[in-house]
Design a protein around this ligand. Sequence first.
Ligand code: NAP
Length: 269
Amino acid sequence: MLSLKGKIVLITGLGQTTDEGWGIGAAIAVQFARQGAFIFGGNRSLSSANRTKNRIEEEGGVCDVVETDVTSSKSVKSLVEQCVQKYGRIDILVNNVGRSEPGCPASMSEEIWNAQVDINLNSLYLTCHHVLPVMEKQDTGGVVVNIASIAGLRYIGKPQVAYSATKAAIMQFTKATAIIYADKRIRLNTVVPGLIYTPYTRALAQRYSPGGDEEAYMKKRDGQVPMGRMGDAWDVAKAALFLASDEASYITGQKIVVDGGITASTGRV
Ligand SMILES: NC(=O)c1ccc[n+]([C@@H]2O[C@H](COP(=O)([O-])OP(=O)(O)OC[C@H]3O[C@@H](n4cnc5c(N)ncnc54)[C@H](OP(=O)(O)O)[C@@H]3O)[C@@H](O)[C@H]2O)c1
């Protein structure tokens, strides 16, 4: 069950920014490698990417990493070409890179707005633009898993309008593209994480915590979840694994929400 034996996986943002904990992209890469996949990852900094590569290789897995900026067409094209040059195919694409910037339309600068659209949404267009034609030529087609956020489904307590809008757009991009490719043996689905504990969350805590109290920020996030705790990167990785696997072969254009119940709830009263 859930074997990815011999599958070639191209993943963006697999870097692990610190030695502590797990980022979502890093956990997906490690989880997929454990299921037998060969990982080919693009990440902004090689030092982060190498942390994940080392973790995979220590377990006997295979991982190549390439310095990549997912907002640059040239850089994404080169990433895809290097993967195809090495393996001759791409079976699974995981679009994981994303980040949030605070602000509402009035307070957010045009630069930040455009940068948010670039990193969260244009990046998906760029990888799909270069990878879907490769998958289409393959007898076995391919699978795309995109990482959105519940901020694309709900207001989750802080103004981050560009993040919300771009994460919502990812879900619709996925649905529309899934239908276009449904008869071409290519499936596209979205994983929608809720509040997840990652090194990036720790960085957000430093940025947003009232009076510098990071633990209070973390406790507040735990308290927002009906299950009483944030999820972790593995919760997201397991959902991504299911969607990428042959066990999900009749599922396309869908999303799996991994949020401990937040979006099913009307909120704490
Ligand atoms: N954490 C949460 O609570 C949460 C909740 C919902 C959704 N998500 C989504 O899950 C995804 C991963 O989040 P995370 O918390 O695991 O983030 P993360 O730990 O910061 O990992 C993101 C990775 O992306 C890389 N990256 C950033 N900009 C890039 C660029 N322009 N080109 C290539 N790589 C780039 C980073 O590289 P560097 O190491 O060089 O910085 C980092 O390795 C994001 O799409 C996020 O929106 C997260």
